[in-house]
Ligand binder design. Structure first.
Ligand SMILES: [Mg+2]
Length: 228
């Protein structure tokens, strides 16, 4: 079994395969705003970053404000999630099944740079939300152990979100294991004093290693094997 008391999962790209849709939409919105951008450019430039920071950067590059950009992007994203729910990341359901049945399995939660509404929509679409149900009296969001950077007002790569999740769940940082797929998430976990297993995919293994990942895996099956 993984030697920790709490597993903190990133959401997009770790539990739910949400990344292609937002990046396709972001590339479309940025192109419409006057900066032609491909989906791969969007991944390379924006993956794992705070959306407010992204808009500020676009405004500075275009030398003009972009009123309504975020609202337009978000409403198109939620619409896309509803019409076409994002699938679970391969191996995620099997890993959660294992954690549900293993004796002395660590507790778990989700911590994302995205807003709660996006997490609820994507985890519901992937039929995974109920796997993070918890006692609402403990102060977790909406009866689920899910934490958003919007609630603390600080985004990865800062450590605050992970520290907030650990505190709320009652675990010391050195007993937490973070699962991430972005370099900014890996940096956030290390700054929080936590171990981090990084899932390579859209972000190459070498980048995750350089960011400080404790270990890099190519699929969640490898994590499942470690949890046995
Ligand atoms: Mg991610």
């Amino acid at each position: 079994m993984l030697d920790c008391s709490l597993i903190i999962f990133d959401c997009d790209g770790v539990l739910v395969d949400t990344e292609p849709t937002p990046h396709a939409l972001l590339a479309a919105c940025v192109t419409e705003a006057g900066l032609p951008m491909s989906v791969q450019d969007s991944v390379n430039t924006f993956k794992g970053r705070d959306l407010n920071e992204i808009v500020a950067e676009l405004e500075s590059r275009l030398a003009q404000p972009l009123p309504g950009f975020l609202e337009n992007f978000r409403s198109r994203m939620f619409e896309a999630f509803e019409t076409n729910p994002p699938p679970p990341v391969p191996g995620a359901l099997e890993l959660l099944d294992h954690l549900d049945t293993a004796p002395a399995a660590p507790r778990r939660c989700v911590a994302s740079n995205g807003p709660v509404k996006k997490m609820l929509a994507s985890l519901t679409g992937a039929k995974m939300l109920h796997r993070f149900a918890c006692d609402v009296t403990q102060g977790h969001m909406d009866g689920h152990a899910i934490f958003s950077a919007y609630d603390v007002g600080v985004w990865k790569p800062e450590p605050d979100l992970f520290l907030h999740a650990a505190r709320t769940m009652g675990s010391e940082p050195d007993r937490c294991l973070v699962i991430e797929d972005s370099a900014s998430g890996v940096v956030a976990a290390r700054r929080a004093g936590m171990r981090v297993i990084a899932l390579a995919g859209l972000t190459p293994a070498a980048t995750l290693q350089d960011a400080g990942a404790t270990r890099v895996i190519a699929s969640l099956d490898e994590l499942h094997a470690l949890a046995r």
